[in-house]
Write a protein that binds this ligand. Sequence first.
Ligand SMILES: O=C(O)/C=C/C(=O)CC(=O)C(=O)O
Ligand SMILES: [Mg+2]
Length: 223
Amino acid sequence: MASSRPLARFWEWGKNILCVGRNYAEHAKELGNALPAEPLFFLKPSSAYVREGSPIVRPYYCTDLQHEVELGVVIGRRAQAVSQEAAMEHVAGYALCLDMTARDVQKECKKRGLPWTLAKAFSTSCPVSEFVPKEEIPDPHKLKIWLKVNGRLRQEGETSSMIFSIPHLISYISEIVTLEEGDLILTGSPSGVGSVQENDEIEAGIHGILSMRFRVAQQTCPS
Ligand SMILES: O=C(O)/C=C/C(=O)CC(=O)C(=O)O
Ligand SMILES: [Mg+2]
């Protein structure tokens, strides 16, 4: 049953954030990864959301915080094992997202065969833009997403370059995790990911649709 809560504020719902990785060939290559045979995904908690006006906080245990700009897909209707053909009926809209990553920690986790939670799921690791209703984006595979740090372009990618399309991702994920209204899927980052420092300003956008800005802050080490 549809909820009466406005999806335009989906980040307040406390629902799941599912993040797809290695979904752009150039990005998989820049990190030295093979192309995936099927979608790779991981989770962030909903407390990872941060909105414009609040900073992205680099965790005290991280020495290399990196940006990944990604198109987010907001689920509007429960999806359990849906076909690719039916998948888009479950989409309510889109948002621009950053998959902030403690890259040094992720590298260590990969080396030791540990989960990526410390690298990907910390508080403020998921900055999000305004919600864009699906009617305003007739084809989500024809978007240009970009990211600048201190005014310098770092990332620019076409969503047409995704290895697995949005219907493919929804269908695949929904066979494993039942998707619910208010859930968000981050569809993976194009190439150009890089480090940010305290006080840097990150600006990111979907060309012709929206942009957002965040400042980077440093978490103090808990005593
Ligand atoms: O395997 C790695 O070294 C890194 C993978 C990622 O961080 C995956 C993503 O989050 C992405 O491609 O967007
Ligand atoms: Mg990512």
